[in-house]
Design a protein around this ligand. Sequence first.
Ligand SMILES: *C/C=C(C)/C=C/C=C(C)/C=C/C1=C(C)CCCC1(C)C
Length: 240
Amino acid sequence: MFLFTNFLSVAKLANNDYVGFTFFVGSMAMMAAAAFFFLSMNSFDKKWRTSILVSGLITFIAAVHYWYMREYWASNAESPTFFRYVDWVLTVPLMCVEFFLILKVAGAKKSLMWRLIFLSVVMLVTGYFGEAVDRDNASIWGLASGIAYFVIVYDIWLGKAKKLAEAAGGSVLAAHKTLCWFVLVGWAIYPLGYMAGTPGWYDGLNGMFNMDIIYNIGDAVNKIGFGLVVYNLAVQSSEK
Ligand SMILES: *C/C=C(C)/C=C/C=C(C)/C=C/C1=C(C)CCCC1(C)C
């Protein structure tokens, strides 16, 4: 119903509203990606279907949130911080689940999945506090969030997840490596956006970047990219 009324009365987007533009394009890209993953799901061997389903869910959840964020931005000219974090707290744990799902062939245990999910929730909840609740201490919340982020990076690059990927070898190892790069480089975009949008010792970054544009680019790259890595892995293993 809400979605429907949004279609009927659309707020105006100015030509030079780049933030609004990235919300709009983000919304369309996520919808297209979700449709792609859902529709391709059944062409794969059973053991890959859950992974592709999760790729579809990640982009679908983001598409719905982007639709709301686009409208929120257009009518309030204000960062939709709340929707942003609700989106992340649903989709980032699902991205952690993707690691578990592809490593299951090497015997990954649920405890690995829960550990990564827990760390990602800590990372996001502390980030939300810094951005929305206690902005005066944004740099401290950001540091706490950053520590959780580094533990995730450690786990997948050097910890247990890496050992499982090596045990699996072949295309699973290659896909795991690519996902690791997404987390190390693609996810590192977010702290930059955070620093551009909150007060702290890094105030010099404030005028240089726009927080929402950084987050929007990061989301498109990471969510669709993650999904495509998993898709590619499923294609490769089904060919054999
Ligand atoms: C699809 C959404 C994704 C992949 C979101 C990822 C978000 C992060 C990796 C956020 C990380 C943050 C820090 C490491 C420190 C500052 C606060 C955050 C939450 C922006």
